[in-house]
Write a protein that binds this ligand. Sequence first.
Ligand SMILES: Cc1ncc(C[n+]2csc(CCOP(=O)(O)OP(=O)(O)O)c2C)c(N)n1
Length: 390
Amino acid sequence: MGAEHLPTSEFDIEELEQSMTSSDPADAPEMVQLLASDGTLREDVQYGPYAAHLDGEALRGLYRDMFLVRRFDQEAVALQRQGQLVMWPPLLGQEAAQIGSGTALQANDYVFPTYREHGVALTRGLELSALLKLFRGVSSGGWDPREKNFHLYTLVLAAQTLHAVGYAMGLQRDGEDGVSVAYFGDGASSEGDVHESMVFAASNQSPVVFFCQNNHWAISVPTEVQSRIPLSNRASGYGFPGIRVDGNDVVAVHAVTRWALEHARSGLGPVLIEAFTYRMSAHTTADDPTKYRLSAEEDAWRDKDPLKRLERYLRSSNTADDSFFEEVTVQGDEMAAKVRAEVLAMTGPEMVQSFNNVYADPHPLVAEELAWHLEYEAGFADADEAGESN
Ligand SMILES: Cc1ncc(C[n+]2csc(CCOP(=O)(O)OP(=O)(O)O)c2C)c(N)n1
């Protein structure tokens, strides 16, 4: 790569996109779409049948789930702004990618999420307030992963893709028909762990679906800098199918994920799904995207809003009317009030608990460190008393 292709310190996104997209446009993968931006349905011979079972009730259910997780996300952002959470990774714009894929899973499938899969958690039936424990600092987990086959959030990018493949290899050896699903982002796809897990999954033909949410930004780094080719094309290098799906089309995501799960479940090995989407909010509440991305880009994606798209279809096909949307709004407000009350009632564990969680059995080194810590904390007692008497 010549120096002229390197990003300059003068950050011009258009120039950057042009210089970094060196792949031949003819290689661009087709993007699966079943529900167009204007809310009309599209024919698709391969994936259409995987959405054929979605009747009016199921489509209203998909809308309801997307609406509820968006409302939950808004409440979490508000709680963070009020100092009740340390930070929060919002999912605004990624609802279709998560609800569409999560609702395609069976109970015996196992999800390995990153830290933003709040919508997938909802489809697995997790108590939403449990997701906030980590971000309130009262737990380093928050739920029992085995209860809903939904692993704990992973803050080390891509580490969970290795766990997902290991789990899939275990399923294979136990003769189970579950599928392991690894969720990760476009930025995480640059991590070595993703590549190692794909090599292993392909070599063992393991039942794993790699679900990459390409939301276009890894904090301030655009996807174009992360990959010279479309992410879904990478799968062919490992020897398994890669599909690019419109990640703002909940119907298409659902259909493609069902296809991929069936493929993996029937012993044909892994699939990579690239859900082409956009996170309209900040990376986390600690981030300010106005420093590196253009508002015009955000506006363009706002037109592709996954909720508005399904609402257009539901209204134009008389599948839902005002009363449905009003009912969902009320339900969302009630859920948000419940989550808020539960969060405010959460209190932190005693510090000693962190030491107790290190090993299953007592360990002399941990006991020594705990003793040191307690002495250290006790050292503040005099200062506290002095402060109170002042
Ligand atoms: C191994 C590792 N390296 C770096 C980080 C810091 N980090 C946290 S989020 C992030 C960007 C992730 O982008 P992406 O995978 O696209 O997911 P997104 O947050 O956009 O959903 C980085 C670099 C980390 N958490 N772990």
